[in-house]
Design a protein around this ligand. Structure first.
Ligand code: F6P
Length: 324
């Protein structure tokens, strides 16, 4: 079947780099003589036929913009069979030969549902959580990590001056990759992630004691939101150690901002690849990257893969703070 017209959508939590990815999809489609429609507000846009035709110019100057020009949503209606049937009807009505869905695992599950109705789909991983098992990297992770690092570096200045303890909460939903990466980059005293069982005495109190014995007078505790709340941890530290920690929840600030070069380049490569796959008649695929090279896997297989925090991350963190 020759591919003449495709749709592109962004869905779920936005991530910096979605815009360069949309740009890459549109430009690659046009390069291949394929028309491209932007579907707005995620899967809701497919249900409500909320679409806009995109040309080369309509994606000019978005390569450097955070957020997503297509808007995004977590569609409740699309989770129902009725919603999915409406979305399929829109695809048929518009004559879409395929959909490129940019987002995280929820977005992939949505695409897999469309695929069951015979719609050709290719997914691109874009989430700051970097929690998709089949890929080392998802678009937006690098920008979010650098935003958090910059904020925590600023915090450290004042923590050092006042010889205080800081507890910083990092996004990531049920995953700790972002928190661990950021914790290593800022030289945290301790990092708490949901992937590892937490023993408060061993993983926080003892680490602070060791740091204090080593002559440090301020402490940076990084906690992934999936591992607990920063305010609960601060309260425990106050009760057990008599410290008066300051709490910072970085929250949605991590999801915004100008995408880094790494996010822009990966978004461009992945967007390009996704269109080439659809044009070659492939469907139900996820673009993924490992050790610098790019590949694609079946959506269900990709969703079934799991990643874990690497032992080297934990060991290196401990060594940096002199903790055994
Ligand atoms: O999945 C991205 C993410 O930012 C998670 O890190 C976070 O738990 C969640 O989305 C927040 O979702 P919302 O923007 O709907 O509050």
């Amino acid at each position: 079947m020759s591919v003449k017209r495709i749709g592109v959508l962004t869905s779920g939590g936005d991530s910096p780099g979605m815009n360069p990815c949309v740009r890459a999809v549109v430009r690659t489609a046009i390069y291949n003589g394929i028309e491209c429609y932007g579907i707005r507000r995620g899967y809701n846009g497919l249900i409500n036929a909320d679409v806009v035709k995109l040309d080369e110019k309509s994606v000019s100057h978005i390569i450097n913009r955070g957020g997503t020009v297509l808007y995004t949503a977590r569609s409740k209606e699309f989770m129902t069979e009725e919603g999915q049937k409406k979305a399929v009807a829109t695809c048929k009505f518009l004559g879409l030969d395929g959909i490129i869905a940019i987002g995280g695992d929820g977005t992939f599950r949505g695409a897999a549902a469309l695929s069951k109705y015979g719609i050709n789909v290719v997914c691109i991983p874009a989430t700051i959580d970097n929690d998709i098992g089949c890929t080392n990297y998802s678009i937006g992770f690098d920008t979010a990590a650098n935003t958090a690092i910059e904020c925590i570096d600023k915090l450290r200045d004042t923590m050092q001056s006042h010889e205080r303890c800081s507890v910083v909460e990092i996004m990531g939903r049920n995953a700790g990759y972002l928190a661990m990466y950021v914790g290593l980059a800022v030289g945290a005293t301790a990092v708490l992630v949901p992937e590892k069982e937490i023993d408060f005495q061993r993983d926080v109190v003892e680490k602070i004691r060791q740091a204090s014995l080593n002559g440090f007078t301020h402490y940076m505790i990084v906690v992934a939101e999936g591992a607990g709340s920063a305010s609960d941890i601060a309260k425990q530290l106050e009760d057990e150690m008599g410290l008066e920690p300051r709490v910072t929840v970085l929250g949605h600030i991590q999801r915004g901002g100008t995408p880094t070069g790494r996010d822009r380049v990966n978004a461009t490569k992945m967007g390009y690849m996704a269109v080439e796959l659809l044009a070659a008649g492939k469907t139900n695929r996820v673009i993924c990257t490992k050790d610098g090279s790019f590949d694609d896997v079946d959506i269900q297989e990709g969703l079934a893969m799991v990643r874990d925090i690497q032992q080297i991350e934990i060991d290196a963190l401990n060594a940096m703070t002199g903790y055994r």
